[in-house]
Design a protein around this ligand. Structure first.
Ligand SMILES: Cc1cc2nc3c(=O)[nH]c(=O)nc-3n(C[C@H](O)[C@H](O)[C@H](O)COP(=O)(O)OP(=O)(O)OC[C@H]3O[C@@H](n4cnc5c(N)ncnc54)[C@H](O)[C@@H]3O)c2cc1C
Length: 461
């Protein structure tokens, strides 16, 4: 794509459109919008703009489309694959100031929000209605960024990813046209599903300016278990058997020995230092939760679990999930000065033991350190590899590790990314994963954004 250079005239035009206090070319703002949470770096944008409403977004896109200037939306910048980096410079649209909850309809389990609202803040406001938005990425992401990446997390196994929890969207297209798509009904068979096309499109097809989200009731009762195993294989076999037995956990997470060790050390906990499953069931009756836990215990024992530490209620739940949520922080503290490859892939559940084994062998082959953790119940695996990103030898090895594990996951019928999106990091796997349907995706991109101004340099190889 040949974009036009950003001129003083363009800058003046943006200032006229939204007011000069919400347009910045300050060096620190440009730098802040050229790096993501995983330390992927892009070029500096030429300008950062903080829009306040859909009409402003529309005017900016209209102008950018006419003048061939790239536009990249920015939520909280917590992406891992370089998703919001302005690879062709131009305008970054930061949604920090569009952070309002517009309406809560508790009786319909719905909320309307602007894209810049942070989901953790939103969930605090919803808690007084006994409701919450279930997709739960670890970082305090914005709803716009979660929609961009189709984010998910530890409770996806029960509630689905962001895709399953967005009902309606207001989207601004590159021409400046504002469209509304979706329905307040919780099911529909009506026409092409544009909502789910926009979700996960990483801001390459349109810019979300409002979303109606589907909410869940906060469960009344919890049953949790922390289960160490003799080996990762035993833990992953247990995952498959639990799903096969029809148990419906609300969370089913794998943490390997290295991860448990770092949590114990940095979090001052005393968990058994073996590969472990963190399991949660939710419901309305303690009897049914106890039954779920006892059936789970039988399956764990048959797979050589070392112990079965089960508890009921909020306190146990908070203790276990606090440790899980802080795992990455603890890894950072335990590896001062190092950066991290955060590998993300997902496979059919039957292949989970196999991908974990393959990943472990690959890490060992390159003599690297790797922390394994994953949303095992969804077949989603993360391997976190610390190292010095200025060391060419480390870079070479981490790229090989990433390539070999992700390619193997795709060969097993899986995907290059379970939840972090494609960004720039996973583009090279798109052909291998999607084959000829990648051409159809390109045609869709061409249809929505013929001049290619929206978040260019992403998704496609
Ligand atoms: C410690 C840590 C743990 C994480 N754990 C998880 C996890 O468990 N699960 C998970 O899914 N992710 C996880 N992530 C990744 C990240 O937090 C999520 O992908 C999150 O959804 C990104 O949201 P954001 O607001 O930071 O968006 P950004 O990073 O700013 O943007 C994400 C994408 O959305 C686009 N975008 C932003 N706003 C809009 C808009 N209004 N309209 C259209 N497109 C838009 C951007 O252009 C970009 O392509 C983790 C990250 C960290 C640092």
């Amino acid at each position: 794509m040949d974009f036009n250079p950003f001129t003083m005239r363009d800058l003046e035009c943006l200032r006229d459109l939204v007011g000069k206090e919400r347009v910045s070319t300050g060096q620190s703002y440009l730098e802040l919008h050229s790096v993501d949470e995983a330390n992927n770096k892009g070029p500096l944008p030429e300008v950062v703009v903080w829009p306040k409403n859909a009409e402003e977004v529309s005017l900016i896109l209209k102008m950018a489309n006419e003048r061939m200037i790239p536009v990249t939306p920015w939520g909280a910048g917590t992406s891992i694959e370089g998703n919001p980096l302005p690879m062709h410079r131009g305008i970054v649209l930061d949604f920090q100031q569009m952070d309002k909850i517009l309406a809560i309809r508790p009786e319909s389990f719905q909320v309307d929000v602007q894209p810049g609202v942070k989901y953790q803040d939103m969930n605090k406001s919803l808690s007084r209605y006994g409701l919450f938005f279930a997709p739960d990425p670890g970082a305090n992401a914005t709803i716009g960024g979660m929609i961009g990446n189709n984010a998910s997390g530890i409770r996806t196994i029960k509630y689905g990813a962001t895709k399953e929890n967005v009902l309606k969207l207001e989207v601004v297209l590159p021409t400046g046209e504002i469209i509304r798509t979706g329905t307040f009904a919780h099911k529909t068979s009506s026409g092409y599903d544009l909502v789910r096309l926009f979700v996960g499109s990483e801001g390459t097809l349109g810019i979300v300016t409002e979303a109606t989200l589907r909410l869940a009731g906060t469960p009344e009762k919890f049953g949790v278990a922390l289960v160490p195993f003799k080996s990762v294989e035993d833990a992953t076999n247990t995952v498959c058997e639990m799903i096969g037995a029809g148990l419906g956990p609300a969370a089913l997470e794998l943490l390997d020995q290295a991860t448990i060790e770092v949590i114990n050390r940095e979090g001052h906990l005393q968990m058994n230092e073996n590969p472990s499953l963190f399991i949660e069931f939710t419901g309305v009756s303690e009897e049914s939760l106890k039954e779920d836990l006892s059936q789970t215990e039988r399956i764990c024992q048959a797979n050589h679990s070392i112990s079965f530490e089960a508890g009921m209620g909020q306190e146990e739940r908070a203790r276990i999930w606090e440790a899980r949520h802080q795992a990455f922080e603890f890894m950072k503290r335990n590896n001062p000065g190092l950066s991290f490859l955060i590998l993300d892939t997902a496979v059919p559940i039957s292949e989970y033991p196999q991908i974990v084994r393959f990943a472990r062998d690959t890490i060992n082959k390159y003599n690297m350190k790797g922390y394994f953790l994953g949303h095992a119940g969804d077949g989603n695996l993360h391997v976190v590899v610390p190292g010095n990103f200025d060391d060419p030898d480390f870079i070479l090895k981490k790229d090989k590790v990433n390539e070999e594990i992700v390619s193997h996951a795709i060969a097993l019928g899986g995907t290059a990314t379970g939840e972090h999106g494609v960004g720039i990091g996973k583009r090279k796997f798109m052909l291998q994963e999607h084959g000829e349907s990648l051409q159809v995706m390109k045609k869709i991109k061409q249809l929505f954004d013929p001049k290619g101004i929206l978040n260019p340099g992403k998704i496609f190889p």
